[in-house]
Design a protein around this ligand. Structure first.
Ligand code: AMP
Ligand code: MG
Length: 425
């Protein structure tokens, strides 16, 4: 039995970032920049108004209130070919280019326009630059807008688009093949034959792959059949950047995934007993023919998901070029007693993490903590990390691995959602 960190180190040590490729901007969300991008254009590229109002010469407004002659109107995208002279103003909309001569904008709320629109009273004295967005104030030429190792967000894509970029060079998104193994897996319609079960793991694992934006290939179900597994690993190894299997890695008679990987992976394969519960067994190796890593996850549905979180996801992030591989661990107050027996293992409990009214994190377990009870995982947004020992009492602080931050709601945000819903449509 080996510690979790050792198993993670072994796996990550045999994975590395995928080569770079140019992707269209709109396909690159979440990908990691391989070639840094610097700004070649300043943003804004021209001085423009940050308000709907009047473009003026600040000097003219010193003795406000003052009445100025209105010489025209400027809409966004439609510059004015006239110069604002002394005693003059131009009506201007947000984002419209500041006309020559003007150096400030008075917001419409601080003006009174004459009924014929030919003049305007500016009620407030302005300083040069007021309500003007100066060129380059957001982005200057040479700014690092997407440094190497940046994981691209929606905002990054907007900043790149602002520069006229249509593509960006990123680490290729890993393509992951997912299969289930086991003679007991039944596919198709009709009642379940005696002793058979339906395949849950392939669907949860494919969903976990897709959730992070990676490409997924459904490799189907393979029975407990050595030659079928060999054939599939050969075929999928050539087409995928990584393969994820479930089942066949414990100590049963037909646990063939581990023995097949032992044969196909040569020296760089390990069948590990990790000091965690659930998800103790893990077979991991790199196929000798294709260089493709294979993750042999345990068959129990909760174990398969936990193992994915602990081993597969960090490795796929490494392949995608990410710097931060692991999910965040936070400290939270447990709402329930978490007593356990010392057994040399780190326990990972399916849990619900919430933010209370004062912003503190609280955590409770979801029902059914056996490794086949997948239902308990549906309600979980976190895993409590309970180290070897006697556990924790209600009210104590425990470490929590956040697996679904989107489901981390506070009392307030729940109230917000409710009030939105009750608004008449
Ligand atoms: P194994 O690791 O092959 O011994 O499987 C451990 C347990 O997980 C057994 O009860 C299997 O029936 C179950 N199991 C294996 N694969 C799946 C799957 N794809 N979906 C649901 N349960 C599975
Ligand atoms: Mg099996």
């Amino acid at each position: 039995v080996i510690p979790l960190e050792e198993a993670q180190r072994f796996v990550l040590g045999l994975c590395g970032p995928l080569p770079a490729a140019e992707l269209a901007l709109d396909d690159a969300l979440g990908c990691v920049v391989a070639v840094p991008v610097e700004a070649t254009e300043q943003i804004p590229s021209f001085a423009n108004s940050s308000m709907d109002g009047y473009a003026v010469r600040a000097d003219d407004t010193k003795a406000a209130p003052v009445e100025l002659e209105v010489i025209g109107s400027i809409m966004a995208g439609r510059p004015l070919d006239r110069t604002v002279g002394v005693g003059q103003a131009a009506r201007i909309m947000t984002g419209a280019p500041l006309p020559d001569g003007a150096d400030a904008v008075c917001m419409i709320e601080e003006t009174d326009s004459a009924r014929d629109g030919r003049s305007v009273v500016i009620r407030r004295a302005l300083r040069s630059g007021d309500f003007v967005r100066a060129p380059g104030r957001d982005v200057a030429v040479g700014d690092a807008i997407a440094p190497a190792a940046t994981a691209l967000t929606a905002a990054h894509l907007g900043v790149l688009a602002d520069q006229g970029a249509t593509g960006v060079v990123v680490h290729r998104r890993p393509r992951i093949g997912v299969l289930s193994t086991g003679d007991e897996l039944f596919e198709g319609e009709g009642p379940l034959p005696r002793g058979m079960i339906r395949d849950a793991n392939r669907h949860t694992l494919m969903a976990l792959v897709r959730r992070d934006g990676w490409e997924c290939t459904d490799l189907g179900i393979i029975g407990d059949d050595e030659s079928a597994l060999v054939e599939l690993f050969g075929r999928a190894g050539a087409a995928c950047d990584a393969i994820v299997t479930s089942g066949g890695v414990s100590v049963g008679d037909l646990d063939l995934v581990k023995s097949v990987l032992e044969k196909l992976c040569a020296w760089n394969m390990r069948w590990m007993q990790v000091a965690i519960r659930p998800a103790k067994p893990l077979a991991f190796g790199v196929l000798a023919d294709s260089g493709t890593p294979v993750f042999g996850l345990p068959g129990n549905p909760v174990s398969a998901m936990v193992s994915f979180e602990l081993f597969v996801r960090p490795a796929l992030r490494l392949m995608g070029g990410h710097r931060f591989l692991h999910r965040p661990v936070l400290s939270a107050t447990t709402e329930v007693d978490l007593h356990r027996e010392p057994d040399g293992k780190l326990h990972l409990l399916r849990a619900r993490l919430t933010i209370d009214g004062t912003g503190n994190l609280r955590v409770g377990t979801t029902a059914g903590q056996e490794s086949h009870q997948l239902q308990s995982m549906s309600g979980a947004n976190a895993l409590i990390l309970l180290p070897d020992g006697d556990g924790a009492d209600e009210g104590e602080r425990v470490d929590v691995l956040v697996i679904d931050a989107d489901q981390l709601s506070s009392a307030e945000s729940v109230a917000l959602t409710t009030s939105h819903r009750s608004e008449p449509s």
